[in-house]
Design a binder for this molecule. Structure first.
Ligand code: IPE
Ligand code: IPE
Ligand code: MG
Length: 245
């Protein structure tokens, strides 16, 4: 974030915005284009959105790029999506780094191609000490798998006598999640008119505000992010307490 932008920081701006980027296929279908074109235009929307977050003073952006269930798609489509991720990292890393963006990935890496894992590690390492926008990209991510992995980690620690089960609390659990250290999302946006969570940030979104928009992801831009933030500002976050505190 530039100093001028920091100075204009608005406390009503969500600190962490998370987006379920949906609708690439329908965008392409409406134009009688191959789905791959929709995904390609979706990647352009990613670049626009990262820029917009900078400009609007959002400090963390999480993007759901590929779910652990997206492997169920035809091999060609999976390969197109992985190809775009590869291209994005190769093409945009310099720019992201120059703009002070810190990149972090969540999701299992074991099923990803070796060169993609390498690009991911490189992006994380190179940008690790940047102080601008934190860009979290969820690839092969599933909220349930993340919760199961955290449970297993704690169970193993307890079985080995390293953790007292009575001391396992929300903070201890959070420390085992892939998102540890990242504030919970304040605002979750899903494009394309679908109204479901599709295994995204199940634990972290416990008290997020949800905004659903009919805009298809390839059409998403700064004005749509502004609209979602405007809607977020109208919400009263009660966290279970009574209205007015
Ligand atoms: C989002 O667009 C991209 C991913 C889920 C990876 P879709 O490909 O899901 O587009 P629709 O939902 O079929 O329109
Ligand atoms: C959710 O979109 C996953 C991503 C945006 C990466 P999907 O299009 O895969 O979700 P469903 O299948 O409609 O729930
Ligand atoms: Mg979809």
């Amino acid at each position: 974030m530039l100093n001028a932008e920091r100075a204009s920081f608005d406390p009503a701006t969500p600190r962490h915005v998370a987006i379920i980027m949906d609708g690439n296929g329908r965008w392409a279908k409406a134009r009688h284009l191959p789905r791959a074109v929709g995904h390609k235009r979706g990647a352009d929307a990613v670049s626009r959105t990262v820029r917009a977050c900078h400009e609007l003073g959002v400090s963390c952006l999480t993007l759901y790029a590929f779910s652990s269930e997206n492997w169920k798609r035809p091999v060609d489509e999976v390969s197109d999506l992985m190809g775009l991720l590869r291209l994005y990292l190769v093409r945009e890393l310099d720019d992201l780094h120059r703009n002070g963006v810190r990149v972090r990935f969540i999701g299992g890496r074991e099923r990803l191609d070796g060169d993609i894992v390498h690009l991911i590690t490189q992006a994380e390492t190179r940008t690790a000490s940047n102080a601008g926008l934190l860009l979290v990209i969820a690839v092969n991510y599933g909220g349930r798998a993340e919760i199961v992995a955290a449970s297993r980690q704690l169970a193993e620690a307890a079985a080995a006598g390293r953790v007292d089960p009575a001391c396992i609390d929300e903070a201890a659990f959070e420390a085992c999640l892939e998102t540890t250290g990242i504030p919970d999302p304040d605002l979750v946006i899903r494009t394309s008119g679908e109204k479901r969570i599709s295994n995204f940030l199940l634990w972290q979104a416990a008290y997020a505000e949800f905004v659903f928009t009919d805009v298809l992801w390839p059409d998403f831009g700064k004005e749509h992010l502004e609209d979602a933030i405007a809607e977020f500002r109208l919400r009263e976050r009660r966290y279970g307490a009574r209205s007015g505190g």
